[in-house]
Design a protein around this ligand. Structure first.
Ligand SMILES: [Mg+2]
Length: 317
């Protein structure tokens, strides 16, 4: 699972105040400084900090306006904000909390309190992130789960519809998995799923390629910016990598080892593309791969002829 270092954005129009705060908390996180509201909004979008320490009293755009704008943007509304305000401004405190600030630090600074508040909110953010990650990863295979897939596929389809680059979506199913579980037991079955997940992951060489557990003994691949040749080669590599694990399966009916069938669908989605339909198509090709004898790849595409170097017969293996 990803483990990013936490970042704190300090926003204050007073240079000394910015620097003092930075010195105080720099051991806890990476620090970014902004001297006004506009800069704060830009840096928040760009760096996605874990926490923002936001001065209320600033010329042109005060802290309240900055917070309102942060909360209005989908990119920044999740970021926690601690307001920095004068000691006796209870009205400001109430107003800021109503707008969505998570806490207050008073000026002049009492550094033990600054440290305690910042470290508490960084720790809370860490725990929240861990829970989010857990919700997006499969606990058995430690690869992303179906929930993660849906969000990821939506994003990648949108990108592909803008760029016009083809994207390949493939469903992968472990052949005769039920008979494996029946004969070798569920613990051995779990071991197979872990090994298959790892082997699929290692078969993907580019950062943008994605594999997740789709459910049961099914996995899903997303290969963005992928032409027909790359799609063929990658899916075939995935299939071969599982066979080459040579995990004994004497009840498979195909080979005496664990194998997978793969249904792949290569397309350039338009911006109305329905993710459910794309997965249904991939599933229908997986069904064909099963029907044709399993341990094989069935890849179909909806690309214009010029994108595929003239029409090629499919599948090629
Ligand atoms: Mg100020």
């Amino acid at each position: 699972m990803p483990n990013d270092k936490q970042t704190v954005l300090i926003v204050d129009d007073d240079v000394n105040s910015r620097k003092m705060l930075r010195e105080q908390i720099k051991s806890m996180a990476k620090i970014i400084l902004a001297k006004n509201g506009m800069q704060a909004l830009e840096l928040a979008k760009e760096h996605q900090p874990t926490l923002i320490l936001l001065d209320v009293m600033m010329p042109i755009m005060n802290g309240f306006s900055v917070l309102e704008q942060l909360k209005q943007s989908e990119q920044t509304q999740h970021i926690n904000v601690i307001f920095i305000t004068a000691l006796d401004s209870h009205v400001d405190e109430a107003y800021g909390l109503k707008l969505g600030a998570c806490d207050y630090i008073h000026k002049p600074y009492h550094y033990e309190i600054v440290n305690a508040r910042v470290s508490t909110h960084l720790e809370l953010a860490k725990q929240r992130k861990l829970l989010e990650d857990l919700a997006h990863y499969d606990s058995l295979t430690m690869i992303p789960n179906r929930r993660h897939l849906e969000e990821h596929l939506e994003k990648e389809c949108h990108k592909a519809s803008l760029s016009g680059e083809p994207i390949c979506i493939a469903l992968i199913d472990v052949d005769s998995f039920k008979s494996y579980n029946d004969n070798y037991g569920h613990r051995a079955g779990d071991f197979v799923l872990k090994k298959v997940a790892r082997s699929l992951k290692l078969s993907l060489t580019r950062d943008e390629d994605f594999v997740c557990r789709y459910g049961g003994e099914e996995f899903c691949l997303i290969l963005p910016n992928c032409d027909l040749n790359r799609a063929k080669a990658t899916l075939e590599k995935c299939r071969a990598s599982v066979q080459e694990l040579t995990i004994e399966h004497n009840f498979s009916g195909i080979l005496p080892v664990i194998t997978v069938s793969i249904g792949g669908y290569l397309l350039v989605p338009d911006d109305t593309a329905d993710i459910e339909n794309i997965l249904i198509k991939a599933d229908s090709y997986l069904y064909q791969a099963k029907h044709l004898g399993r341990n094989q790849v069935k890849l179909e595409h909806e690309l214009e002829t010029h994108l595929t170097n003239k029409s090629q017969a499919l599948p090629a293996f």
